[in-house]
Every structure is written in structure tokens, then in C-alpha cells.
Design a protein around this ligand. Structure first.
Ligand code: HEM
Length: 452
């Protein structure tokens, strides 16, 4: 990495502001090419210093080796936290560490096993819903919409089992979607803060966030009063005890963590799934290999997790899909103290954007990066993947807590739906990326589905 990072001229940022606001990926990629470097500076306004990097060594340094000097930016700890509270995803420092230690064991194998059992029941209900929808209509599906519905049900049912109704799930989904979109607007259009205040939009957002809280509070209260134990995430959160004390979390803390799990766990998975359906449609030879694996394997209802672990080709497909379309396409950190890495100075309070999408598409690390090739993730080959050239779930101590949960869920969904349905991209439908908090598809991926 060069000693002095090249910097995007302020005038160019102003000139390209619309591009940055709609889809920053092409323009960021162009700067990497123009600067012929793995990192460059892009200062948004006079006050905010920022670096964008696709250098795996620097990324490893920040996320792992020297993580104590790097915290999350206010994007998550203030803007997102204003709506979904202070939970694992949205906190920093000692509070985060205390929560992580408390919650982490709840995602270990034994709990995962219970969650997969819940999910494998829910996928059957979803299968029926989809059959009905296809048979009673023209078979046209917006995959992102359907996968969002499914991923929301999965996270809702593993959190709250039977204590949550369909209506409540839909309402939570709508509110979380709305608030996340508002966070993106807030971050990308800071200059219109005055308008949001004057027009009453801030008040409306607060009201919706409060409704979301009230809804979850009601569900948590009901469970507490019922005294029932359902072996779901809510029971895990209720039962968790801080180290060395017999104290558990307050109701407010439990509520915040539930909201965070909703927000972190459903849109990411829905995007990864819908991109995977798209990639398999475009790569029919790989789809045939998936179907072969499906025909050779059954899911044992008494031990679904063990069955899912055998679906190795589907695992490779999902990994490759998240290489090409990483749902968390960019991760940010802020330097607490000034720092130097490989001779490059990073200022204190500087934002460092870890450009996951850029690393995953860099020909320096991937042969033919634009080609969908799941075999890159064959077990033997994975040993030679260089650290932090592939990190869809982040890394270091803040590695996604739901990574195995998400992998199991996606394997189960792909196995079940591809076993029972055929999907084909609708002719003429244009698929385009829309990077927000997650990497979405702009038009939702329209497919024609038929029952097998
Ligand atoms: C394909 C699906 C998913 C992807 C790609 C994904 C990606 C990520 C990434 C990149 C981070 C780290 C962010 C950072 O360092 O700034 C993260 C954190 C997190 N994820 Fe996921 N995630 C997925 C699914 C899930 C699921 C299903 C859950 C929960 C059920 C979940 C819960 C969390 C939580 C709580 C954190 C914060 C962890 C911490 O800071 O200690 N995620 N996720």
C-alpha cells in the first residue's frame, strides 16, 4: 500500500453526488482502477475523513489483529440504534463485549439444533403457501419479496415460536423495512435533515419505532406471564446470565436484542437467497448439480441439522453467491486513536470503509471473478483462500453471530424449494444491484415458478 493515499477531489464528489446516492459501486470501482491502489481517501464534506479499502491485510488488521482501536460508526450505533435500540449489532466497547459473551452461547450447536427444527417445520408451511400461490395465479413471483417473507417468518418463529401471529410478523417486517430505508436516507442525505424535521418525518419515524417496540413488548410480556418454555431464542435470552452473577437482562435489553436479531437476520438472508435463485437460473449446469444433490439426499425430520450438513454442494453454491453478491457489501469502522499500517497513516475519528464487494470481485484474489463457480468453495480449495479475501459475515470478534444459523437456513430453503419447484427468470426482466444497508436487487428478481 502506498505511503500517501490518493484522494478523490472534493469537486468530483460534488459532481458525482447523485451516483453516490443511487448506486455507489460502479463509481467506487472506477476510482480503484484510476488510482491503481487498494485504498484511497474520500472525504465527505470538510469534516468527515474517510478511507475506502479492498486491501485484505488492512481489513484483517482492522477487524481482527488491532480491532480494539476500531469501533463501529454512528451509522449503526446512533442512526440505526435510534430505531432498533442498543443491542449487539448497534453497540460498541464494554457494553457490546458484555452482551456478546452473554448471547454467544445461545448460538452454539445445541441451540442451533433447536432452531433448525423450528425452521424445518416452517419451510413446509411456506412450501404449501407457495404451491397455492403458484397454482392459483400465473406463477409470477418477485423472489426478493417471497424470500423476505420467508426469512422474516424464520427469524420470527425461532425468536418467538408460536407466540407470534402472522399479522404481527407482517407488521414487524413492514416497520423494520421502513425504518431501515429511513436510516439510508438519513445517512445519504444529511443536507436535508432540516426538511425531515420541518415536514414531520422525524416525528413519524419515532412513532413507527415506538409501535415496533410496543408490539415486541406485548409478545415478550405474554410469554413471561404464560411461564411456558419453548426452546426458542426468546427463552435463550431470558435464561442467559451475566458472568459471575445470577443477573439476567432487563426486559428493555431483551427487547433491544430481539429487535437487533430481526434487523440483522432477515434482510441479509433474504437478499442472499434471492441472488442465489438468480445465479442458479443463469447457470443451469450448476443448477443441475444442485438438483442431483437434492435427489441423493433426504432431510431426516428427527435430525434435520445432520442432514443439512451433508448438502455440501448447496453450501458451495451459497458461499459463491455471497462472494458475488455479498449482502453486507460494505462494513465500516472508525479509528479511535490515530494509527499506522504498512506506512499509511490513519487519522483518529477517520471512517474506514471495508469494501467487501470490491475484495470479493478483485482479480488479484479470484480467477475470473465475474464467473459463478461454486467449486471455489470445495473443502480442499478453501484452505488456500487468503484471509479476508472472503468475509461475507465480517470477521474478528464481531463476526456475525448468526452465520451458522443463516447457512443452515439457506441450505434448508434451497433444498426444499428447488426440490418442489422450478424457477425461471421472467424474460425481459432487468436485474440490477441496489446497494443500501444491504445489497438488494433493484427490481426484486421476477421469476416464473411452476410446481414440479
Ligand atoms: C446471509 C445472512 C447474513 C449475513 C451476510 C450477515 C452478515 C453480517 C456481518 C457482515 C456482520 C458484521 C458487521 C460488522 O462487523 O460491522 C454481522 C453481524 C451480526 N449479525 Fe449477521 N448476517 C447474516 C445473518 C444473520 C442472522 C440470521 C442473524 C441472527 C439470527 C444475524 C445476526 C447478527 C448480529 C446480532 C450481528 C452483530 C454481532 C456483533 O457485533 O457482535 N446475522 N452479520
Amino acid at each position: 500500500m502506498p505511503n500517501t493515499l490518493k484522494k478523490v477531489p472534493q469537486l468530483q464528489i460534488l459532481r458525482n453526488v447523485l451516483k453516490f446516492l443511487t448506486n455507489p459501486i460502479p463509481i467506487v470501482d472506477q476510482y480503484f482502477k484510476d488510482f491503481e491502489a487498494d485504498s484511497f481517501r474520500l472525504n465527505v464534506g470538510a469534516m468527515t475523513k474517510s478511507v475506502i479499502t479492498k486491501d485484505p491485510e488492512l481489513i484483517q488488521y482492522i477487524l481482527q489483529k488491532h480491532n480494539r482501536n476500531y469501533k463501529k460508526s454512528i451509522l449503526q450505533t446512533e442512526h440505526l440504534a435510534a430505531f432498533i435500540g442498543q443491542g449487539l449489532l448497534t453497540s460498541n466497547g464494554s457494553y457490546w463485549l458484555q452482551q456478546r459473551r452473554l448471547i454467544q452461547p445461545g448460538f452454539h450447536k445445541k441451540s442451533l439444533d433447536a432452531f433448525v427444527r423450528i425452521m424445518s417445520k416452517e419451510i413446509l408451511t411456506f412450501n404449501d403457501y407457495l404451491t397455492n400461490k403458484i397454482e392459483s395465479g400465473n406463477g409470477e413471483l418477485l423472489m426478493l419479496k417471497e424470500m423476505s417473507r420467508l426469512a422474516l417468518i424464520m427469524v420470527a418463529k425461532t425468536l418467538f415460536s408460536g407466540s407470534i401471529t402472522e399479522e404481527q410478523i407482517t407488521s414487524i417486517g413492514n416497520k423494520v423495512d421502513y425504518l431501515q430505508a429511513e436510516v439510508v436516507v438519513k445517512i445519504r442525505q444529511p443536507m436535508f435533515a432540516w426538511w425531515r424535521k420541518m415536514s414531520g418525518r422525524d416525528v413519524k419515524n419515532k412513532k413507527i419505532a415506538q409501535e415496533l417496540y410496543d408490539l415486541l413488548n406485548e409478545i415478550i410480556d405474554e410469554r413471561k406471564q404464560s411461564g411456558e418454555f419453548k426452546n426458542d431464542i426468546l427463552d435463550m435470552l431470558h435464561g442467559a446470565r451475566y458472568e459471575g452473577t445470577d443477573e439476567g437482562m432487563t426486559q428493555k435489553q431483551i427487547l433491544d436484542e430481539c429487535l437487533v436479531l430481526f434487523a440483522a437476520g432477515y434482510e441479509t438472508t433474504a437478499n442472499a437467497l434471492s441472488w442465489t435463485f438468480y445465479l442458479l437460473d443463469q447457470n443451469r449446469d450448476k443448477l443441475a448439480l444442485v438438483k442431483k444433490e437434492i435427489s441423493e439426499n433426504e432431510i431426516d425430520p428427527d435430525n434435520p441439522m445432520a442432514s443439512l450438513m451433508k448438502l455440501d454442494y448447496i453450501r458451495q453454491v451459497i458461499s459463491e453467491s455471497m462472494r458475488m453478491f455479498p449482502p453486507a457489501w460494505i462494513i465500516d469502522r472508525v479509528a479511535i486513536e490515530k494509527d499506522t499500517f504498512n506506512g499509511v497513516n490513519l487519522y483518529n475519528d477517520e471512517i474506514i470503509n471495508l469494501y467487501v464487494y470490491g475484495v470479493h470481485h478483485d482479480p488479484a484474489h479470484w480467477d475470473n471473478p465475474e464467473i459463478f463457480e461454486p467449486s471455489r468453495f470445495e473443502k480442499d480449495k478453501m484452505k488456500s483462500i487468503k484471509p479476508y479475501t472472503y468475509f461475507p459475515f465480517g470477521g474478528g470478534p464481531r463476526l456475525c453471530i448468526g452465520n451458522q444459523f443463516a447457512m443452515m437456513e439457506m441450505q434448508l430453503v434451497l433444498y426444499t424449494l428447488l426440490k418442489n419447484f422450478d424457477f425461471k427468470l421472467k424474460e425481459g426482466h432487468v436485474v440490477e444491484m441496489l446497494p443500501g444497508i444491504t445489497l438488494r436487487s433493484k427490481n426484486g428478481i421476477k421469476m416464473l415458478a411452476s410446481v414440479q
